[in-house]
Design a protein. Sequence first.
Length: 477
Amino acid sequence: MSTDSHAPRGSLKRDHLSFLDVVAQAIGIIAPSGTPAFVFLGVFATAGNALWLGYLFATLALLLLSFNITAFSRRSASPGALYTFAGQGLGAFWGSITGWALVIAYLFTAGAVVAGGVNYALVVLHSVFGPFADRIASVAIAAVLVAIAFYVAWRSIKLSTRLTLTLEAVTVIAILAISILWLVRAPNPVDTAQLRLDGVTADQVRLGLVLAFFSFVGFEGATVLGHEAKNPLRVIPRAVIVTVLSVGLFFVFTGYVLVASFQGAATGLDKVDAPLSVLATTVGLEPLGLLIAAGVAASFFASALGSINAGARIIYSLSRHGIIFNRAGDAHETHATPHVAVAISAAIAALLALPLIAAGIGLLDVFAYLGTIATLGFLTTYILVAIAAPVFLWSRGELRFHHVLVSVLSILLLTLPVLGVLYPVPEYPLNILPYVFLGLLLIGALQFIVLRWRSPAVLEVIQKDLADAAAPAAAAE
């Protein structure tokens, strides 16, 4: 709880990130190359031949949600992102709940993708050096990944985005290359089992949506750069839409190819450690498989970096509003980064991932456990923003029927993966994860209630800052 009188120092550097930098922030959190390499295994184990359909559905649902987000991002810009947006529509309390859910989401994502990065780093190391003791190496690799992510995030947001874009672009191009080559060489590229959804039930599709949605989480990450992007009221809305469409098409295409390439194989898609390496070998490009594995490890690192950057900026905004630890609202005098918030984010990510890895829990399980909680955080945030959008537009006298329709459809579609987490009740420990998330969310709610009771003036400060965040829109209009 924020109780000290420390006044935040410094500020983030404004108007210095390009459209590509903004897109790179969102792409970095999503880590699209990590999904066909890692997440598809879990989705296929649940949804089978409906994997491509799950990703198509998630793309359409999040595209609708994007319209709710852009309703704000065309009129408001701040590092608080969806926390600020929800607060503008629903008030300070629900804004703080959204901010807390976002912090949970970004930091648990960082922990999850660290496990994914370790998994693929081990694939590369085993290929080069042969088998060795994994647990000590896993902990060491995880610690190094978090430490490097902290340094880059502390040093420069532009360095972060440029590094992210480079790492991701190389790997995505390699994955697309072997996928297209497989289609060209396949005797029959039309996989009727997928198109007919052989062996698929409605429950399988619904359950598969949980991880499918997790593949996209962070697509809104561009919105945390509201102060740092050039012309943010134009750049950020475009970045959100471009991110969802491009990543969605990539997932649907590569998902179809991978499932098709493993049809009839002795080892199923959900039973291999590195499916893209297998695909590369199938098309006669085995060396490219090792390159892709290294690229996927780098991609997960980029996701951890993007998540730490995004989580730090939400913590920075909450601190500037007096909701949490005041010193987290400081910005570095030289680098103009939220360095205290970055340190907090990196430390929490390490505390989430390293103990689980050190305990010998499987890396895919660590990814699933932390990823499930992160997904619940994102879904909670997305639903609150979808509710807030028409309220915000109504308060400005700009509400139209299509805004309400998009909001309602978004909420309905987002409830499906929520239900997929809750029912049917999964096995332990997945069954307790929703309660872990609710407990964490409750801490944030109680913290705000106590803060409001002890310092009633904090509401006025928050409401003023939320209103000021929309001030650039007036100038743009």
